[in-house]
Structures are given as C-alpha cells and as structure tokens.
Ligand binder design. Sequence first.
Ligand SMILES: [Zn+2]
Length: 428
Amino acid sequence: MKTPNFTDTFSNCIQHVRCLLIAMPIVIFFSVQVYAQEIASTSLLLHAAQIFDGNEMRNGVSVLVKDGKIAKIASRGSFEAGDASIDINLGEATLLPGFIELHAHLTFQKVPEDIVLRHGVTTVRDVGGPVHQPYGGDSSLRVLTSGQIITAPHGYPIVTMGAKDLAIPVASEAEAREAVRRLIGEGAVVIKIALEPGGEPGAPWSSHHDHAHHDVAHTVQADSRHHAHTAAHHQPAWPMLSESVVKAIVDEAHRHQRKVSAHVAESSGVQIALNAGVDEWAHMPCDLIPEPLLQQARAQNVTIISTLDTLSKCGGIAHNTTVWAELGGELLYGAEIAHPDIPWGIDAQELMYLMHLAKMQLPDALRAATAKAGQYLGIPLLGTIQPGAPADLIAIRGNLEQQLKRLEYPDLVISGGRIVVNHFNALP
Ligand SMILES: [Zn+2]
C-alpha cells in the first residue's frame, strides 16, 4: 500500500525542521487562498439616508455590493434578509461613489497611495511622473498614469524641477511621436504635454517651487533650480513645444486612441494647444484668457480639469472659470494632489470653488468628480452607483450639504467591494 509509505515518509520528514519550512508556506498559501475567497464572496447590503448615485441625490434606497461590483440599487423594502452576508445600516449617513482625481502627481512627490484612498479618492490619474500600466481598484487606490510630461528641451517643468521621472524633452516631430508611442506602450492612458512660458503671477510654478525641494534626492540640483527660478523673473520665456510638434503628438496619440492633455496657464500656450487640436487642458489657465480663445476651446470640445484651489491666487482663475461655465464648457474635478496646499485625498475646497466660480449646484460638482470623470476615463460605470459599476464607495455621517469638509475624512471607504475604512460602530 502506498498510504503507509507516504505516512512513514511524512512522519520521518516532519521530525525534520526542513520539512516544516516546506510545509509552512503551503499552509499559509492555502489559508490566504481561503481568506481571499471569503473576502471576494462577501456581499454587503448598505442602507443610508441619502445616496448620491454619481448623477443625482436619492433617498430611501439601499445598495447591494457583490463580487466587487454594485449588484443592485433599489428601495430598501425590495431587499430581503439574507440577500447579503453583511447588512450595514449607515443611518443618517450620505453614501456616494469614491472620488476620481484627474490631476495628481503621487509617485513623483511620493504621496502614499493608501492615505489618498483613506481620504475618499478611490481613483487617481497621475499626470506627470513615472509611467505604469493601470493598477489597483481592489482595496487599493486605482492608479492610471500619463507618464512623463513631454516638453521642449529646457522647457517647463525641466527648468524648475529637472527631467528625472518627470519630463521627456523632444526636439523634433519624430522624437515626439516616438515618445508618445513609448509612453502608450508602457501604459499611459493619456499623453501630457507642457506649454508653459513661465511667469504667471500667482501660479505655484511661477512664484515658488517648494514642493520640489522636499525631496532629499533633489538637493544636489536645488541650487541650479533656484538659480533658474530666480532668473525666470528676469529672463525671456521658457521654451515651448512648437505647434507642429504638438500637432504630431496629438496625431500620434489619437492614432492610439489616447487624448492629449496640456499644461497651459496663459494665452500663448492656449493658442498652440487650440491650433494643434489638444483635447484637454490640465488646468484652468492661471492668467486671464481672452474670451474668443475660450469660445474657440468650447467649439473644439476641450475638457478642462479644474485645479482651482491650488491656482486660487492666480489673477485669471475666477474670470476664466465663470466664462467657461457660461459657455457650457466641460469642467471636471482635479485638485493637483501633491501640491503643498492640497489635501492628500478629497479637496472639499475644490468643490466649493466649482460651486462658487462655475456656479455649479452641489450635485453638478459631485458629478464632475464621479460619474462624469469615470465616463471620461472610459472605465464603464466608474464613479456611479449603478448595477455593474466597480464598488468604490465612500460615506460620511449626516447630510452632505451642510458639511462638505467631512468628505475629506470619510467614515466609510470601500474599494472594489472591500472595506478599507470603517468608522461606523458595530460593523465588521
Ligand atoms: Zn500638475
């Protein structure tokens, strides 16, 4: 019989430490497998007084989460005990989709992803830093990247922060096309370019560059950067990509079904972006932009990422935002996480600027950070609470209208159906 042989062998073996070393990883492996399956099969039924479903506020509905997705959103009475393995009553809380931050620099500035997730942002588009294939979204921050910013040799941001992990200088159309292809091959979901001559009063990159100096690794370069920065107030504009090079970038990106996002802050960069057919402005421009240019941008269906909070000291922000809203231009939420004045998570102040300057109602501002942003990223139903959507959810106590700031410290965060933060009592 084979069994005694095996038993004997195993008995002999188990007296040997070496066998334990072999056995332990197997035991751990199977434990982890079982644990992972348990989590994956966990279903949650969430009841909250108010639910923002990505598009509108709703009352008296509950949400069923299964296998990492939203399975059902319907009146509380339509669910039965046993529909979910965990039933959570959030009471007077407001439940809403996790936020989507369309302008961040986590990797370059070493902002911890778990902190951003715990503060309500469940998806980040990193626009200026190392390129990666998209990852996360399953109890971790979902991260999409543009990779390095394509710019002119000695252009922004190289002139203030260096090129390492941040920028790719290109001197010709051929180099530009090659850079676009490489970035997309390595996972870029959007192509980011800089059209920044420098010197706009109030812009973080014009007035000071504190954020670049926190990193010890950059200290060696600090002197030269300081020099460049100090000189910027007196010297001619930083070099910018030519219109023909930007056209090549846009063409190459569109061939690969990617949009191009331009850092623009004043009229000359805006003009190049418009002439070359750039799809998106990574910021509301800092300087006042003449209305005809904004009208042209609207006619070309440009999308603008807000970043109003970090640019609030700029002279043109209020004008540009108000005119853009009046023109009916698309304005999506982005706060520029990693800038020193911006929280590492949801920025409630950004929502307030969207409401005050773009005259958005609260649901409009929330939509710009959830359903509209998810649709813009092309991830089906991301940023909504609809059947089939990724179960990325946050909840805050009480009524959202009276306490937007609470969004920065959510009481519940769920990523891909898994609970990451839970400040509600008596919950698993
Ligand atoms: Zn930025």
